[in-house]
Design a protein around this ligand. Structure first.
Ligand code: IPE
Ligand code: IPE
Ligand code: MG
Length: 247
């Protein structure tokens, strides 16, 4: 039996975040170069996005490139940027067909102009799509996102536009890249690594973490269903006791 049939569609996470990791190791296992792994990771993104949209998940945010990833060998960075341009262009039809809206979080200005252009085009062309939002985290850093929010807020305090008492959880949320999205209830990381690597530090404050040994290019629909099913079997207590939740 597929994990899909075990999922309670009334208790789906609204937002799933994914750290797509293990492309390089997947390629190495087959005696290929790292780029081969990245290329094969695209299918997993498509399949995960389709599976989420079909289930009824409203937001899927995938970590595609961190600010730290700029420190990789130049050849790999260039290949990843080229892959992005081709993929965004190639997937536009599929996104529209599946009624999926594209979004981006991160320092888009630091991306090559060709990538930024394709992104803007795809975001515009899918802006009317309603079923799900697929957000790419590109040149993304959770700490940088918080620093950026702090600066925006500090400017408003400095100019007298807002007072200190107006700095709240909600105001910080409104100054993050993810403004308007609910916080992810579920974080998935592939490849066996168990760390956040600077992803959505603020937004994941109360997320359930799901780690799998599977390398990203091998991640598929069934793996996604398994993660969602596991999430549904966690008890989310938010500080309360188990007894309080059941009374
Ligand atoms: C994730 O796979 C993709 C990116 C970070 C761009 P990796 O490239 O990190 O693969 P491993 O972790 O080296 O196997
Ligand atoms: C995190 O993966 C970033 C992405 C998946 C895009 P990394 O492979 O770069 O993370 P570390 O360096 O192992 O923490
Ligand atoms: Mg990695």
């Amino acid at each position: 039996m597929s994990f899909k049939e075990k999922i309670d569609t009334h208790r789906l996470p609204k937002h799933i975040a994914v750290i797509m990791d293990g492309n390089g190791r997947w390629a190495k296992q087959q005696g290929k170069n790292r780029i081969f792994g990245h290329t094969n990771g695209v299918r997993a993104v498509r399949e995960t996005a389709e599976a989420c949209a079909e289930l009824g998940v409203q937001y899927l945010t995938v970590y595609a490139f961190s600010t730290e990833n700029w420190n990789r060998p130049e050849m790999e960075v260039n290949a990843l940027m080229a892959l992005l341009v081709n993929t965004i262009d190639g997937e536009l039809k599929t996104l529209t067909k599946n009624d999926i809206r594209l979004g981006v979080i991160g320092d888009v200005d630091s991306l090559p102009a060709s990538v930024a252009k394709q992104l803007r085009n795809a975001i515009e062309k899918t802006a009317h799509c309603k079923r799900m939002q697929l957000t790419l985290a590109l040149s993304y850093s959770g700490k940088a996102e918080i620093v950026r929010a702090m600066k925006q807020i500090a400017l408003k305090v400095q100019s007298g536009e807002i007072g200190l008492h107006e700095i709240t959880d909600d105001l910080i949320h409104r100054n993050l890249y993810t403004y308007g999205m609910p916080d992810p209830e579920l974080l998935i990381r592939t490849s066996g690594e168990q760390r956040l690597s600077n992803f959505l530090l603020w937004q994941l404050a109360y997320a359930e973490f799901y780690f799998t040994e599977v390398f990203w290019p091998d991640f598929d629909r069934e793996e996604l269903y398994k993660a969602v099913y596991t999430y549904q079997n966690r008890e989310r207590r938010f500080g309360k006791t188990s007894e309080q939740l059941h009374s």
